[in-house]
Design a binder for this molecule. Structure first.
Ligand SMILES: [Cu+2]
Length: 146
């Protein structure tokens, strides 16, 4: 087959991306390799951090979908968005990896941090702020991947 038509490529591309994600995922976890993903279609989701809650407190994602999680700290104190299992399982965009440290995204007062990632396997992942007593005051939440 020497000729390739464009519509054929369009149909095949999503499958190839899915296969690439499946094959790259274990490698990604072990050595932080970049993945040839198109992040331009990532869906932006706003998550507000305030004293003392996440809004929304339940974040619903679709497995395999790319997102730009926009964490905005609207309070006058520091907070973090900590979800160790979630971030460990998600495929994080290479240039955003440094923004997630030990499963934690720290957001200074009045600042915001964006993390692009592909939602991992379906499940419910716990979220909390690790600042002293903040989770006790209500800074907890969950990520539900469908
Ligand atoms: Cu907090």
């Amino acid at each position: 087959m020497t000729s390739v038509n464009i519509s054929g490529i369009r149909l095949i591309a999503p499958c190839m991306i899915a296969i690439a994600m499946l094959t790259l995922a274990p490698v990604e976890a072990s050595r932080g390799a970049p993945a040839a993903l198109d992040w331009s279609h990532a869906e932006t989701l706003d998550v507000q951090l305030s004293s003392f809650q996440f809004s929304p407190s339940t974040i619903t994602l679709q497995h395999g979908q790319a997102y730009d999680l926009h964490f905005a700290n609207v309070s006058s104190g520091g907070h973090d968005f900590t979800a160790k299992e979630f971030f460990a399982a998600a495929q994080i965009m290479d240039s955003d990896r440094a923004r997630v440290s030990g499963g934690k995204v720290a957001v200074d007062a009045g600042h915001s941090v964006d993390v692009h990632l592909v939602a991992p396997m379906a499940g419910t992942y716990k979220v909390r702020c690790t600042h002293f007593m903040h989770s006790t005051f209500g800074m907890t939440g969950e990520i539900v991947v469908q």
